[in-house]
Design a protein around this ligand. Structure first.
Ligand code: PMV
Length: 309
């Protein structure tokens, strides 16, 4: 069998995080500037499957515990295809920053699963791959909504509602986005649990916030589909207002959001679990430079400029 390489992009949530866990829609898009890539080639007879996670300086074999995400991914793929463990070497690399809301865990699993299945002669459909990666996501997040695996496996903008087939949608005019990282690692599981505890204390207030976020997300989808981009920035900033009410923003995120708006962004919000990680800003193309430098000055450790079209 000849060597096979497959990849999966990063992702960013544009609207609807947290509320999506409670049944409201969310919008997310792939970020192709950062990618996870996996290559498989033939190994020595009797060696089994070896996985080299280059960035983590880690070598894994299938005999290792399935709490290791890459081992679990490979086992799920083999079980799903009903094939025995091959003698093969896999190399997995990623340029997606980890633990910052860019879907790195899901993308690495997706690239590995896609490459392994293709190598074995059974390429996976995005929906099949996505449901396998969802099982792996549970290791990281506990109760993931499923948005990360969906976006990275389909590699398309996704309008996602928990429990329903993902819908892709038309992006009528290019969206220019700046993503900026606070540099603060913030596990999604912790912020999702904090919101759950708060919701359990006061369901009425929290349900009302989730509904508002859901409404903003629906409006954002129509604005993107109809090309009315002027509406999007203000919708982002309104979404951020409700995320702050859920107590998932942070002083560092607030500082970046403020800096982006003052430097001329159309709107800005945190993205993902919050309390650290990344924020995003909608920017018209000729202001990208000034907003990017304002974000750096306000403490961003990394910025990514991406165009969704
Ligand atoms: O931190 P991320 O990018 O994995 O996004 C988490 C999004 C949440 O809505 C907070 C949780 C989820 O599972 O959808």
């Amino acid at each position: 069998m000849s060597a096979v390489t497959a990849s999966a992009p990063g992702k960013i949530i544009l609207f609807g995080e947290h509320a999506v866990v409670y049944g409201e829609p969310a919008l997310a898009v792939p970020v192709f500037k950062v990618q996870a890539t996996a290559t498989v080639h033939k190994g020595m007879p009797g060696e089994g499957l070896i996985i080299d996670a280059v960035d983590l300086n880690l070598r894994l074999s299938l005999a290792q515990a399935a709490t290791e995400a890459l081992v679990l991914t490979a086992r799920l793929v083999l079980d799903h295809l009903g094939v025995p463990e091959p003698d093969a070497h896999m190399t997995v690399r990623s340029t997606i920053p980890m633990a910052s809301g860019l879907g790195s865990g899901a993308a690495i699993s997706a690239a590995l699963g896609r490459a392994l299945a293709s190598y074995l002669g059974h390429p996976l459909e995005p929906a099949e791959l996505s449901s396998l990666v969802y099982e792996v996501e549970k290791l990281h997040h506990g109760t993931p909504s499923g948005i990360d695996n969906t976006v990275v496996c389909y590699g398309q903008p996704v309008y996602f509602t928990r429990g329903n087939a993902p819908q892709t949608f038309q992006v009528s005019a290019p969206l220019h986005l700046l993503i900026a990282d606070t540099g603060i690692a913030s596990p999604t599981r912790a912020s999702v649990n904090a919101v759950r505890e708060a919701w359990e204390q006061d369901r009425q207030t929290y349900a009302a916030i989730f509904r508002q976020i859901g409404e903003i997300t629906r409006q954002a989808r129509s604005a993107i589909e109809s090309g009315h981009l002027a509406e999007l920035g203000p919708l982002m900033t309104r979404n951020q207002h409700y995320l702050a009410q859920l107590d998932v923003s942070s002083p560092e995120l607030d500082a970046l959001i403020r800096a982006a708006i003052l430097a001329g962004a159309e709107g800005a919000k945190l993205s993902g679990g919050g309390r650290g990680g990344n924020m995003i800003a909608m920017v018209v193309p000729d202001r990208v430079g000034q907003v990017e430098s304002a974000l750096r000055q306000a403490g961003a450790v990394r910025t990514i400029y991406t165009v969704v079209s």
